[in-house]
Ligand binder design. Sequence first.
Ligand SMILES: [Zn+2]
Length: 137
Amino acid sequence: MTHPIQKTDAEWQAVLREKGAEPVAFQVTRHAATERPFTGKYETHWADGSYHCICCGSKLFDSDTKFDAGCGWPSFSQAIPGAITEIVDRSHGMVRTETVCAQCGAHLGHVFEDGPAPTGLRYCMNSASLDFESDKG
Ligand SMILES: [Zn+2]
């Protein structure tokens, strides 16, 4: 799969370093690792604003779609339209739907169909893949 924004691993590492991303951010976003539950900085973060891709800055979620799923990762019921690409993931003996940034292909997490109404979706994301921007600026 190709995405509009393409960089080498070394270039992404430099971008993440510059942004002060979490140490696991490179492994999570470029190699589909998963941060340990209840360790991410946005898991219990409820400020008003928006969440962007840590790699390319593309807006992914509004804070008003974030909810407490109790699973240990930041969870959202709805993504910004067109911001996320879904991929069938058959790793670890499960069939899941992986979510990646539509712009740069960064691994974000998975989406499950056990979320709240009206979407019924639960975007289970890695904090390390996200960059929060406050409405207050
Ligand atoms: Zn991105």
